[in-house]
Design a binder for this molecule. Sequence first.
Ligand SMILES: [Zn+2]
Length: 240
Amino acid sequence: MPSTTRPTRSLTRPAAVVVAAAGAVLAGALPAAATTETDDVTPEQELTDAITVVDQYWADNHQGYFGDEYVAPLVFTGEAGVQGMYTSGVDSHPCGGEEALTPTNALHCAEPVGEDWIAVSDDLLLDGTAQIGDAFTYLVVAHEWGHAIQLRHPELTAPWVELQADCIAGATLAEASDQGLVTWEEGDDEEVAAGLLAVADETGWTDTTSHGSAEERASSFQHGIDTGLTGCLYSGSLQP
Ligand SMILES: [Zn+2]
């Protein structure tokens, strides 16, 4: 399983808090005490760790890649009180005027930058972890954060938004590992491949709404690992 090491820099950004319906809270990702490797990290704690790692990665690297300051997305915290997690069928929150917290899903809600937010359902988290392993959680968080990065840089966003988010996820996790934010362990690659298979479409990439086939998703994720973030950014001429 991925294990976190204590980030060398703490998050200094104050946590913006937006009180939402039903006691739910949208807040900036708070720095959680990174855990050391144990065998009994709960999926909920794994989600908190994954959010901390990915947010820290972008806090450390965004300006270097893009030249402008990092504005983090918010994370939704539902009634269960787990950062980034909503309970399917219990929590509710709109995105663009429609209910966003559909069962068994993860999402980035593209509100204006800084008010945009990320959430993962409890059942996707628990099922994915049980069936695939805890690297699944890191994949989901890094992918949704990839959509937040796309929102910040529309000129570099490819038409194949989902495959690009997979590429950004691969780059994020590989570089976060290189930078000591997370330890990628034996078996994690297989877990991610299985995770991409589980969330792939039946057919290949055709339009902006399609996620792409398992092969396309895996190869996009791998492309991010191999080339880093720069290789994921859209130049206007690449093919999916
Ligand atoms: Zn996506």
